[in-house]
Structure formats: structure tokens, C-alpha cells
Design a protein around this ligand. Structure first.
Ligand SMILES: *[C@@H]1O[C@H](CO)[C@@H](O)[C@H](O)[C@H]1NC(C)=O
Ligand SMILES: *[C@@H]1O[C@H](CO)[C@@H](O)[C@H](O)[C@H]1NC(C)=O
Ligand SMILES: [Cu+2]
Length: 140
């Protein structure tokens, strides 16, 4: 029993984790969950389950919405537009390469989705929180 518990506790240290994020759940302009804590080597798998969205890195503040094509780096990301209009539930996988905060949003509709709160954070910090990023997005 004890050794089994020890083994289970060690699994995260041995194997990279995958973090699943649902894009557009219930036809909404959302990433669920909107905050991910991940280690270097972990993956984040985004699955688009409605409409036509993107998963694109952007700035924490300033010009947040829409995120630019190609995304904001270093170690940024841009899925391009992924449409579930045909029910195909397309996926985008991002591999985490550093533990810095990364902020992302959807670039659809010239930033309207982003300003409406279609935003997420990977490893936000005490000074760069998800809540503040989302306020910056709404105001951009
Ligand atoms: C998805 O949205 C983009 C940008 O608005 C558009 O160019 C593209 O045609 C859309 N894809 C589909 C399948 O509607
Ligand atoms: C993001 O912020 C950086 C650093 O302030 C700036 O150089 C860059 O132009 C910004 N990108 C966008 C798309 O606003
Ligand atoms: Cu969107």
C-alpha cells in the first residue's frame, strides 16, 4: 500500500502531464479552464468544441486584442483558425518550454472574442494575474 502511494506520488515527476482545455464549451466564448499551471515539458491540448476560434499568445497588457498572427513570443503560439462548424472538434497542442507567464486569447472577429473574455493564462504570476490580464483584454 505504502509503496503504491509513493509510486503514484512520483508519477508527475517522471512523466510530463497533459492539460486539457476546452475551447468554446456550451457555444460560449471561453477557454475552460482559463488558468493552467504547467511544468516545462508538459503539454496543453486545446479542443475546439463550437464555432471557429484560435489559440494565440498575446501581450499581458497594452495591445492585447486581437492577438497578432503568429502570436507573441518568446515561446509563443498560434493555432490559426480552428473551426468546429463541421463538428470535427479540431485540436491544438502546445508544449510548455519555460515557466514564464504566457497569456493567450482568440483572434476571431477582429478581437471581439478576446475582449469578451475569450482569454487564458499559462503559469500566471503574482504580478501578472489572469484576472488582470482579462481586464487588460477587455479594455484593449
Ligand atoms: C474561420 O474564421 C476565419 C477568420 O474569420 C475565416 O477566415 C475562416 O474562413 C473561418 N473558417 C470557416 C471554416 O468558416
Ligand atoms: C507586445 O509587447 C511588446 C513589448 O512591449 C511590444 O514590442 C510588441 O509590439 C507588443 N505586440 C503587440 C502585438 O502589441
Ligand atoms: Cu473565438
Amino acid at each position: 500500500m505504502f509503496s503504491k502511494l509513493v509510486f503514484l506520488a512520483l508519477i508527475p515527476a517522471i512523466f510530463a502531464a497533459d492539460h486539457a482545455v476546452t475551447v468554446g464549451a456550451n457555444n460560449g466564448l471561453t477557454f475552460t479552464p482559463n488558468t493552467i499551471t504547467a511544468a516545462v515539458g508538459d503539454t496543453v491540448t486545446f479542443t475546439v468544441v463550437s464555432r471557429n476560434h484560435s489559440v494565440t499568445s498575446t501581450n499581458f497588457s497594452g495591445a492585447v486584442c486581437p492577438p497578432p498572427r503568429g502570436g507573441v513570443g518568446p515561446n509563443g503560439f498560434d493555432s490559426g483558425f480552428l473551426s468546429d462548424l463541421d463538428g470535427s472538434m479540431p485540436k491544438f497542442v502546445y508544449t510548455v518550454r519555460d515557466t514564464n507567464p504566457h497569456f493567450g486569447a482568440c483572434m476571431q472577429a477582429a478581437g471581439a472574442h478576446c475582449r469578451a473574455g475569450m482569454t487564458f493564462a499559462i503559469n500566471p504570476s503574482a504580478t501578472q494575474t489572469y484576472a488582470q490580464f482579462n481586464r487588460n483584454a477587455a479594455a484593449s
